[in-house]
Design a protein around this ligand. Structure first.
Ligand SMILES: Nc1nc2c(c(=O)[nH]1)N[C@H]1C(S)=C(S)[C@@H](COP(=O)(O)OP(=O)(O)OC[C@H]3O[C@@H](n4cnc5c(N)ncnc54)[C@H](O)[C@@H]3O)O[C@H]1N2
Ligand code: MOO
Length: 397
């Protein structure tokens, strides 16, 4: 146990060893959803570009107001039209989004006005700035509005369109290679022979990588021999920016991934104090970052969520953000402690408490599908009913 690296230390080590491994390109903003911004975007105009009305109503200088005083309507300003300077002592009929004329400093909404012909009276006293959206309220010219490393969301597409942008600089998609290992594995669709199981980690990793916005460049499978493992790794090195593997990282003589890594590259860390996922291995192969995830499907899932997701984020140019968590109270007790940080698959009950799925084996995947996230129980910690622990919904990853 003493040789296991602490969870937080492993996270920091993987995060700090990773660098951006993709080039940049420009792309149409309309095609940029989910891409990673490569250069800060600085607003070159203010939005809105001029003071404008937040209401349909009347623009005037509020110092001119007196209770029930009739105001002449000296101009009509629909949105999208140039406004003339306000004739002193008058008001302008104005509509939502229209430019505030020079000389006016408030807008009275039409529900608080009585218009007769081309005059209008206002019974409520207005104040400076009422119903005016000032120039630059949303963004000021010169302001950095989106930072390099942010993933473009639909809100960003709207925001950048409001600056008039049509093209932006993004990182090229990260090409991820996936290697599954194991003599017992056959692809779904084939017929199982005695002792065989279907390969579930390959398709699951493919989906996780794709969901994160990266490109799966090559998926290979290697039987449990050193030659097959090295051969597959050599092929992945040729065509990928980062490589993930599943299985073959434990201590048995059928586990060849770690030896192959030592032969072809440099191993940085092996074995972490987490459950599930202990035999995780991190290496570099000819300059290419590599993470070997343990083969038990829930260990693959947990180590992907915590470590591979982080590595791929940094390599793809993203700002490495920790997954969002919140504190929830446990709805169960467990007196036994273990010397590993544990990620228990739990659901949140109607009472707001976290309940552990009955099946916590690292070989079981249905438990993850039937749960809502992880309860993080730190090393050597008991679980006490009603005490708070960090809950990470699966959507946080
Ligand atoms: N003597 C010890 N044995 C084991 C240790 C240990 O410390 N000492 N650690 C255990 C832990 S913890 C884990 S986790 C596993 C991880 O082992 P590997 O990463 O070497 O994985 P494999 O042995 O190749 O496979 C483990 C398990 O997962 C199934 N598997 C593998 N790949 C897939 C796949 N693509 N799809 C579906 N299922 C897969 C495989 O059939 C095995 O059942 O080691 C423990 N042993
Ligand atoms: O650490 Mo292993 O992933 O529990 O089975």
């Amino acid at each position: 146990m003493s040789t296991l690296l602490a969870f937080e230390e492993a996270l920091q080590e993987i995060k700090h060893s990773a660098t951006v491994c993709v080039e940049t390109q420009t792309t149409a903003l309309s095609n940029a959803l989910g891409r990673v911004l490569a250069k800060d975007i600085v607003a070159d105009i203010s939005v809105p570009p001029h003071d404008n009305s937040a209401m349909d109503g009347y623009a005037l200088a509020c110092d001119d107001w007196q209770d029930s005083k009739p105001f002449k309507i000296s101009q009509r300003i629909p949105a999208g039209q140039k406004a003339d300077a306000l004739e002193p002592g008058t008001c302008a009929r104005i509509f939502t989004g229209a430019t505030i004329p020079n000389g006016a400093d408030c807008v009275i909404m039409q529900e608080d006005a009585q218009q007769t012909g081309d005059t209008v009276i206002f019974t409520q006293q207005p104040f400076k700035g009422d119903n005016i959206r000032p120039k630059g309220q949303d963004m000021q010219a010169g302001q950095t509005v989106v930072k390099a490393g942010e993933k473009i969301t639909p809100m960003h597409i709207g925001l950048l369109s409001s600056l008039g942008l049509t093209r932006i600089t993004v990182y090229k998609p990260l090409r991820v290679g996936i290697l599954t290992t194991g003599d017992e594995l056959v692809p779904a669709g084939e017929t199982l022979k005695e002792g065989q199981i279907f390969n579930s980690n390959g398709p699951m990793l493919n989906a996780l990588v794709t969901q994160a916005g990266h490109q799966v460049a090559l998926c290979l499978h290697a039987v449990d021999t050193p030659e097959a493992t090295e051969d597959a790794l050599e092929k992945l090195i040729e065509s990928c920016d980062v490589i993930l593997s599943s299985g073959g990282v434990s201590v048995g003589e059928e586990d060849h991934v770690k030896d192959a890594l030592e032969k072809l590259g440099k191993v940085h860390l092996w074995k972490i104090a987490i459950k599930p996922g202990k035999p995780l291995v991190h290496a570099t192969l000819k300059g290419i970052p590599f993470l070997g995830l343990p083969g038990n499907p829930s260990s693959t899932l947990v180590t992907y969520h915590w470590f591979a997701r982080l590595l791929l984020s940094v390599c793809s140019g993203q700002i490495a953000e920790s997954p969002t968590s919140y504190l929830v109270d446990a709805g169960f007790n467990r007196t036994k402690t273990i010397q590993r940080d544990e990620f228990i698959r739990v659901s949140i009950g109607d009472d707001g408490l976290a309940y552990a799925h009955a099946q916590q084996s690292s070989g079981a995947l249905l438990a993850a599908c039937e749960s809502q996230g992880y309860l993080h129980v730190k090393t050597n910690t008991q679980i006490e009913y009603g005490c708070s622990y960090s809950f990470y919904p699966f959507s946080a990853f």
